[in-house]
Design a protein around this ligand. Structure first.
Ligand code: NCD
Ligand code: ZN
Length: 347
């Protein structure tokens, strides 16, 4: 029997689109599914000025498939030296709507990030005053902290003290991966939301080592133990408005993943919404998909939800084995070559 799920058109609140031929080849997967997306600023060089954000948005719009209806929501990249005035000016002019905090060295293209959160106190104070969200990559970079503990330690050492100092700052704890992160978001009295990726709902850390090293399962924050995955699933399907969809689709060329020092990032844009549908279906929570995918994010960002509707039917989506980027270059998607249960059909 055909089952149909119809929801408001969703948005992706955490996305890496890259630039150039990578951008033009991965963008169609996102615009087919999502009306808006928060575009991550960790380009090389990073997006640290409002002018650079405007120029990047123009390149994204120029790369859009004909007839597509999609709005990129731009963000800026915090550095030790970024000026509060530049951040505020860009926010007021609409060049960017949020700033991203990468602790320097935490993840892909984060070396220009923030070395000490106290160095950007003035910027963060301004953001709290103007109501501009801070998007956080929540991992400490201290080499003494085990890679699987870096998120939980970040909450204690960095985020909790930050919110004590700046109680009105609005924060999105990006790609939460731990039970501790979920608890923090649920229990904090502050304005903290969190995005959750489809892959962290589907895999635990065993997937990275299944029968050998699996570079396409490697992302940051790294997948954790099973109990954390289950905590994420409960959070996503709970309907709690603090949790919303953010794919963290992060494409890297095959040769940069299958490498002696492979890049972090999972490319899940092909089938992104269908992956979430599979998770919600498995947990008998399809009735909570619309809140997570289409309502909670806009509410946090103080935007109207999308008016259009999309439907998913249970007739299967085949994920490509590879996505070509240019001559001889490809990206391998999450669940490559597999058939997912749900398929997207127009509203
Ligand atoms: C992201 C990337 O490749 O840009 N990688 C990842 O593993 N998620 C950066 C990030 O979001 O951490
Ligand atoms: Zn990311």
């Amino acid at each position: 029997m055909t089952a149909v799920v119809t929801i408001r058109r969703p948005d992706d609140w955490h996305l890496h689109l890259r630039d150039g031929t990578m951008l033009s080849n991965v963008l169609p997967y996102t615009v087919e599914r999502f009306a808006r997306a928060i575009i991550m600023p960790n380009l090389v060089p990073p997006v640290t000025t409002a002018g650079a954000a405007r120029a990047y948005r123009d390149r994204i719009l120029a790369a859009m498939p004909r007839g597509a209806d999609f709005t990129p929501l731009m963000t800026g990249y915090l550095t030790d030296t970024i000026e509060a005035e530049e951040v505020a000016r860009g926010f007021k002019s609409g060049a960017w709507i949020a700033m991203k905090l990468y602790p320097a060295g935490a993840t892909t293209n984060s070396h220009a990030g923030v070395t000490d959160i106290r160095k950007i106190d003035r910027v963060l104070t301004t953001m709290a005053e103007i109501g501009m969200p801070l998007l956080v990559h929540g991992e400490v970079v201290d080499p003494d902290v085990d890679v699987f503990d870096r998120e939980a330690v970040f909450l204690d050492r960095i985020l909790a003290p930050l919110l004590d100092r700046m109680p009105t700052l609005r924060v999105v704890f990006e790609h939460v991966t731990t039970a501790e992160g979920v608890e923090f978001v649920i229990n904090t009295p502050h304005q903290v939301g969190a995005t959750i990726t489809a892959h962290h709902l589907m895999i635990n850390r065993n997937a990275i080592f299944q029968g050998g090293i699996r570079p396409h399962m490697y992302c940051l924050p790294i997948a954790k133990r099973e109990r954390h995955r289950l905590a994420l699933r409960r959070a996503a399907t709970s309907g709690n408005p603090r949790f919303f969809l953010g794919t963290d689709s992060a494409p890297h060329r095959l040769r940069d993943k299958e490498n002696a020092c492979g890049c972090a990032g999972i490319f899940n844009a092909p089938g992104a919404l269908e992956l979430y549908a599979e998770v919600f279906d498995e947990d008998n929570a399809l009735d909570a998909l619309e809140a997570f995918a289409s309502l909670n994010g806009p509410a946090f960002y103080r935007m109207p939800p999308n008016e259009q509707r999309i439907s998913l039917v249970n007739s299967g989506t085949r994920i490509p084995a590879a996505v070509a980027i240019e001559e001889g270059e490809a990206v391998i998607p999450f669940r490559a070559g597999e058939t997912l249960r749900w398929r997207l059909v127009a509203g």
